[in-house]
Design a protein around this ligand. Structure first.
Ligand SMILES: Nc1nc2c(c(=O)[nH]1)N[C@H]1C(S)=C(S)[C@@H](COP(=O)(O)O)O[C@H]1N2
Ligand SMILES: [Mo]
Length: 166
């Protein structure tokens, strides 16, 4: 080590910077279960993908613009049986989405797959140009085609593909 780096103040500063850098892990969610490639994804990962915007009426009764990635693209990146592979016994799989508070909702694969439906289920990280608020984000499901917002799960933590056949 060169003499310059033996300065105790400099060492302390470097140590503090490195602790600060690790103290706040990037928010992420898991994709797991019946998938070829289980993975943990952060917003940085999602920003590399095609973004989608959808309009939806939230519980305040007003329309908002939500930005994020399509749930189908998240599942596709983990190797889920979609598109041409979504037939036969694969139709007995469903998607279980879990939140930090223990709330859970499910989607069937045909509800998400564009070969079956023209609706978009969005994994959102922004609303009206702002990151989702604490207690809502950083990741939230937005399902504009549902007349009730019960599946608009806030603080999403896990997406698990489950095979319902015993
Ligand atoms: N994480 C989480 N998301 C959730 C819920 C919940 O309890 N936990 N409730 C759902 C229900 S039932 C509704 S109606 C909507 C709107 O809830 P809010 O009125 O509390 O905003 O959020 C949905 N998303
Ligand atoms: Mo609700």
């Amino acid at each position: 080590m060169s003499k310059k780096f033996c300065n105790p103040f400099l060492l302390a500063a470097l140590l503090l910077i490195s602790i600060a850098g690790h103290a706040q892990p990037k928010p992420s969610f898991r994709v797991e279960g019946e998938v070829l490639k289980p993975r943990t994804l952060t917003q940085d990962d999602l920003l590399k993908w095609k973004t989608t915007e959808v309009k939806g009426k939230d519980r305040d009764g007003k329309e908002h613009v939500f930005k994020g990635v399509r749930l189908v693209d998240v599942l596709d990146s983990a190797g889920v049986t979609l598109g041409g592979k979504l037939r036969g016994e694969n139709l007995a799989k469903y998607v279980l989405v879990k939140a930090a508070d223990g709330y859970e909702v499910i989607f069937s694969l045909p509800e998400i797959d564009p070969e079956f439906t023209s609706q978009t289920v969005l994994l959102a990280y922004e609303v009206d140009g702002h990151p989702l608020a604490k207690g809502e984000g950083p990741f939230r499901m937005v399902v504009p085609s549902d007349k009730k917002q019960a599946r608009w799960i806030r603080e999403l933590t896990t997406i698990k593909v489950v095979f319902s056949k015993e």
